[in-house]
Ligand binder design. Structure first.
Ligand code: PHE
Length: 375
């Protein structure tokens, strides 16, 4: 009898290939089945049965007790071999045992399955009505300032213009009064895309300045013209905290009758005061750019608090500007006898750095969330 009741351990391989073992379940086998034996097994089975908590254990239990190759299957075989009297005594008991345990196993299976399902439902439950802490995206600081500048200029009657970043050498240099071999082509560390042709309108460069838009706009629409052109420019620079091989500029061009340097000054002061939300002072001094005559440098009066907490101010270079060179007007089909104009080009990237106190230009193209989340 004791050997009949030895336990069977159930091992299974789950999908993660982990072995897992169920509770020890007796085999319930016996060499000779008798009514007393049935009683004993019933008691033992109840004990085991009440402890079963998993479907796996129940499956083994059911298999051992009432399944095809179970103890009970064996007892029914033994029953056939008994004489009539013994059959009469044992038969109904065996049947009763069978009915009881088949039902009990089925009930327990339902109960465990429902329990498992409820557990899964509880753990899978998602409350779609619950507020989820979401993170809002925002425009990149460059885009924010660019949009602000665009709205300031459109408020002054300017149009926003755009043009190619891969530009002909002609639009980027020749038409802007920068002749071949002029040092200005090197001054701007040009990336040449294709420079094998002897005609500059067949060669291409990554534009080194947004000034190409001056030419394109005047060729397209003639004069008068009043535009700004924000966009990317490229220079073959060694990258460090203040230099990048790609940065943003904003070009400005006004060509009309009787345009003078004072229009330029007023326009830039208005724009800067709006960007920094306080009156900004600028100064103008001579500078050199082949496409303007006179060429000008514009400085901005920059107020800041120094390390000792003292209020300080100093002049900072802000942009190149000037009165559009007659050759540039001519190259763009505009009569310099009839029209004059001013142009400027400032670094939008640098302006953003000044506005927010960003000390490393590389942060602006780094995609670092800790950095971008501040704007
Ligand atoms: N294109 C010049 C630069 O990139 C700036 C500039 C624009 C100067 C227009 C004068 C007039 O440095």
């Amino acid at each position: 009898m004791t050997s009949d009741l030895k336990s069977q351990y159930c091992t299974r391989f789950s999908s993660e290939k982990q072995i897992f073992v169920c509770d020890p379940i007796p085999l319930f086998m016996s060499e000779k089945v008798t009514p007393e034996h049935l009683q004993q097994v019933h008691k033992q089975a109840l004990e085991t049965f009440n402890k079963i908590e998993t479907l796996e254990s129940l499956q083994v239990f059911t298999g051992n007790l009432v399944g095809k190759k179970s103890a009970m299957g064996d007892w029914f075989k033994q029953l056939k071999a008994l004489d009539v009297e013994a059959k009469k005594e044992l038969g109904p008991k065996l049947q009763e045992f069978k009915t009881y345990w088949e039902q009990a196993c089925l009930d327990k299976q339902n109960q465990l399955e429902t329990q498992a399902l409820n557990q899964k439902l509880a753990s899978d439950f998602i409350d779609v009505t619950q507020a989820y802490p979401s993170q809002k995206g925002a425009l990149h600081p460059l885009s924010q300032v660019q949009r602000h500048i665009e709205s300031i200029f459109t408020g002054m009657g300017f149009e926003i213009a755009d043009g190619p970043e891969v530009e002909t050498e002609w639009h980027n240099f020749d038409a802007l009064n920068v002749p071949a071999n002029h040092p200005a082509r090197d001054m701007q560390d040009t990336f040449f895309v294709n420079s094998k042709n002897d005609r500059s309108d067949l060669n291409s460069v990554l534009r080194t300045q947004t000034s190409n838009i001056q030419i394109r706009k005047m060729l397209e629409n003639g004069a008068p013209v009043r535009i700004i052109a924000p966009g990317r420019v490229y220079r073959n620079e060694d990258v460090d905290a203040t230099h990048d091989a790609m940065f943003y500029q904003v070009e400005g061009l006004v060509v009309d009758k009787d345009i003078s340097v004072s229009h330029l000054k007023g326009t830039l002061e208005t724009m800067l005061s709006a960007v920094f939300a306080k009156p900004m002072k600028i100064r103008i001094r001579p500078g050199y750019f082949p496409f303007v005559e006179p060429g000008l440098e514009v400085d901005i009066w920059w107020e800041y608090i120094d390390k000792n907490g003292e209020e300080k101010g100093r002049w900072l270079e802000f942009c190149g500007a000037g009165m559009v060179h007659p050759n540039v007007l001519r190259n763009s089909g505009v009569d310099p006898e009839e029209f004059t104009g001013f142009a400027f080009g400032f670094g939008l990237t640098r302006l953003v750095m000044m506005k927010y106190g960003i000390e490393d230009i590389r942060l602006l193209s780094s995609n670092k969330r800790e950095f971008l989340q501040q704007f």
